[in-house]
Design a protein around this ligand. Structure first.
Ligand code: NAP
Length: 309
């Protein structure tokens, strides 16, 4: 039987509809809309697409969103100076620096940038102070993707309390914060990674399985307990025909998209998992739209908090 689809687009719409009155009220009270400063360094094609989507969504919901571009050859000092400028801006309540940064900026560039963003404007929830608040279950600004995963589960009536949850991936950006949010909602949580022994067996204990790896179709049927809820966070742009042919049969809708565009965004979960899982989030249309909705929500929260004092 095919798994129930966890409709991220519909849940994101609900959240955006809830954010809109708050944006209008803030704008009336403050005489300006909540503002988001986005920084994009270089011209990575995927980042261009993500940033365009964030700018459009913010504009659609009445927020101000400005794109600050730096050339791919910009120095880390240039980037830090721009972040500092946004930290002091009166019209920007949130700051988002799009990852990845050019490799030439150095291995610790992202951490240095995240450390510099004012915690009150840290709409990505990456600053160590906000991470500490998350650990203590008192975060106001939580990472958009992890928060989006929780919204998708809760608003789809998936019971978290008491469930066994397995998160595959331990990044600071997705895996760890998602695991913490599940823990705070009383799931019994296991975090897996590239050194986990017998990963399929561990994953198959999960009532809720979250895949945040970045490997197309990695999570196959053997990873999934029958009836489990599976959230696919992975998004990999695939241009390799062999991978697409392994995952999607000829004539399928996804295969046709690939034939038209010569590339395809693919999740971490193999499509066959739909035969075993009880519920499954699709890629695209699952976690992605929620990440954007939570960014808008976090920007409003940051604006409200900044002007409250
Ligand atoms: P990341 O920093 O590269 O982390 C990947 C994690 O997966 C690491 O913890 C790694 O383990 C683990 N991993 C890699 N290969 C594995 C294997 N063979 N078995 C078990 N674990 C393995 O990636 P990320 O930033 O967390 O992102 C994960 C995915 O989510 C990516 O596809 C990304 O594009 C996607 N994403 C989507 C959204 C959205 O809005 N939909 C937002 C953010 C990210 P180790 O720690 O041991 O190396």
């Amino acid at each position: 039987m095919a798994a129930r689809v966890l409709d991220g687009a519909a849940v994101a719409r609900q959240i955006r509809d809830e954010v809109a009155p708050g944006v209008a009220a803030f704008t009336r009270r403050a005489g300006r809309p909540p503002g988001l400063g986005i920084v994009l360094v270089g011209d990575d094609p995927a980042s261009e697409i993500y940033v365009r989507a964030k700018l459009k969504s913010a504009g659609d919901e009445g927020l101000r969103a400005d794109l600050n571009r730096l050339h791919a050859t910009a120095s880390l000092a240039d980037l830090l100076a721009l972040v500092e400028q946004l930290n002091h801006s009166d019209v920007h309540d949130g700051i988002l620096v799009q990852s990845p940064l050019p490799a030439a900026m150095g291995a610790d560039a992202e951490q240095r940038v995240f450390d510099l963003i004012h915690p009150g404007k840290d709409v990505d929830g990456f600053h160590p102070i906000n991470v500490g608040h998350l650990v203590q279950n008192r975060a106001a600004l939580t990472g958009c993707t992890p928060a989006g995963v929780i919204e998708l589960l809760e608003r789809s009536n998936v019971a978290i309390a008491g469930a066994r949850a397995v998160v595959i991936g331990r990044s600071d950006i997705v895996g760890k914060p998602t695991a913490l949010l599940l823990l705070h909602r009383h799931a019994t949580v296991t975090i897996c990674h590239s050194r986990t022994a017998d990963l399929p067996r561990v994953a198959a204990c999960a009532d809720i399985l979250v895949a945040a790896i970045g490997r197309p179709g990695f999570v196959t049927r053997e990873f999934v307990k029958p009836g489990a809820t599976v959230v696919d966070v992975g998004t990999t742009q695939v241009a390799d025909r062999a991978i697409v042919e392994r995952l999607f049969p000829p004539g399928s809708a996804r295969r046709e998209v690939f034939e038209r565009r010569a590339s395809l965004v693919v999740g971490d979960v193999h499509p066959d998992v739909a035969d075993v899982a009880g519920a499954l989030s699709p890629v695209p249309g699952g976690v992605g739209p929620l990440t954007i909705a939570m960014l808008l929500k976090n920007t409003l929260t940051a604006a409200q908090q900044r002007t409250r004092t």
